[in-house]
Ligand binder design. Structure first.
Ligand code: CP
Length: 351
């Protein structure tokens, strides 16, 4: 069986999204070229990606100094709207926004009027009316941030992970981690991605970014968790984990979403760990300087063993640290565009 899951995720009941009939039926066209928004890595040019990585590396150096907060985003209010659970992404966006001097508001669907039937668009328009300039959105429906970006008059929209579509700041922090591990060169390098490719927004963003920068990606995983025509994503597919790992310059294990077992796409967790789990023996198949990535949260003993998670090749905590720097770079890019004429000025005038 093959999972044909390249389309948008179904709209979850009670999430209060897509107020206009039919809006959820197809993936909205993302205004990828509008720098007020950061919606996906697909469609971003090589020069834009490299410039964001260079900005993030500079932000990382500054963050390491432990100096007082800056004022780059002073006067700007950013709402972090998390309609799905998160630890890393939400906290690192909040830290990044505060370090750059923004006012931040964390909004989650629990205890909100979304549960009384208010739509996501109406909710975000409230934030706009209150003077917020930027909304960072995590949402279980693919395409929700791009749709908001089209519908909102002035606010910038940052995608913090949407359904099975993209997780672009995760993709960017993965690129930064690989750029360090690969000593600045993407060309000729290869990343193996193992696990639930079909439902993974992390895999989609990584594949898009690495393809643009000249690196190859090999994916592997249970047949039920591989999308049909997986090569159309811009990667190769391997039959076995060992084939994917042999000589690769890095491996990324994806989080196994346990709900897939309930939906019959996985037989048993033990079988998954046996066939697709990363062990020290399997990791030794990588190139000598090959590294291990995982976007988190990690299911230890399932996607990878304790020895691999905490071993010398693991870059999992480096990924987390890079997340703050990358989010500083992305927030600054959006804020700069929002403050230009027709952005911040027009928004203020309209109030
Ligand atoms: N990698 C990631 O998105 O983690 P969180 O769900 O904790 O934000």
């Amino acid at each position: 069986m093959t999972a044909d899951t390249l389309g948008p995720a179904p709209t979850p009941a009670g999430a209060g999204i897509f107020s206009t009939p039919g809006a959820a039926a197809g993936m909205p066209t993302a205004p990828a070229s509008d720098p007020r928004h950061f919606l996906g890595l697909e469609g971003l040019s090589r020069s834009t990606l490299l410039s964001l990585l260079a900005d993030a590396a500079r932000e990382r150096e500054w963050l390491a100094l432990g100096e007082p907060n800056r004022g780059d985003l002073a006067g700007l209010t950013a709402v972090l709207a998390f309609i799905e659970d998160s630890t890393r992404t939400r906290t690192s966006f909040e830290i990044a926004a505060k370090r750059l001097g923004a006012n931040t508001v964390v909004f989650s669907s629990a205890h909100s009027s979304l549960n009384k039937g208010e739509t996501l668009l109406d909710t975000v328009r409230l934030f706009e009316a209150m003077g917020a300039s930027l909304v960072v959105v995590r949402h279980p429906a693919s395409g929700a941030p791009a749709w908001l970006a089209r519908e909102l008059a002035t606010m910038g929209v940052v995608n913090a992970g949407d359904g099975m579509h993209e997780h672009p700041t995760q993709g960017l922090l993965d690129l930064l981690t690989l750029q360090d591990a690969w000593r600045g060169r993407f060309e000729g390098r290869r990343l193996a991605i193992v696990g639930d490719i079909a439902h993974s927004r992390v895999a989609r963003s990584s594949i898009a970014g690495l393809a643009t920068l000249g690196a190859r990606v090999t994916v592997c995983g249970p047949g039920t968790l591989m999308p049909a025509a997986v090569e159309e994503l811009g990667c190769d597919a391997a039959e076995t984990l060992e084939d994917a790992l042999a000589g690769a310059d890095a491996v990324m294990a994806l989080r196994l979403q346990r709900e897939r077992m309930e939906s019959g796409l996985l037989p048993a967790l033990g079988e998954y760990a046996r066939d697709w789990g990363l062990t020290p023996e399997r990791v030794s198949l990588l190139a000598p300087d090959g590294v291990v990535l995982h976007p988190g949260p990690v299911n230890r003993g399932l996607e990878l063993s304790h020895e691999v998670a905490d071993g010398p090749r693991s870059r999992i905590l480096a990924q987390v640290a890079n997340g703050v720097a990358v989010r500083c770079a992305v927030l600054r890019r959006c804020a700069d565009a929002i403050r230009r004429p027709h952005g911040f000025t027009a928004a203020v005038a309209a109030r």
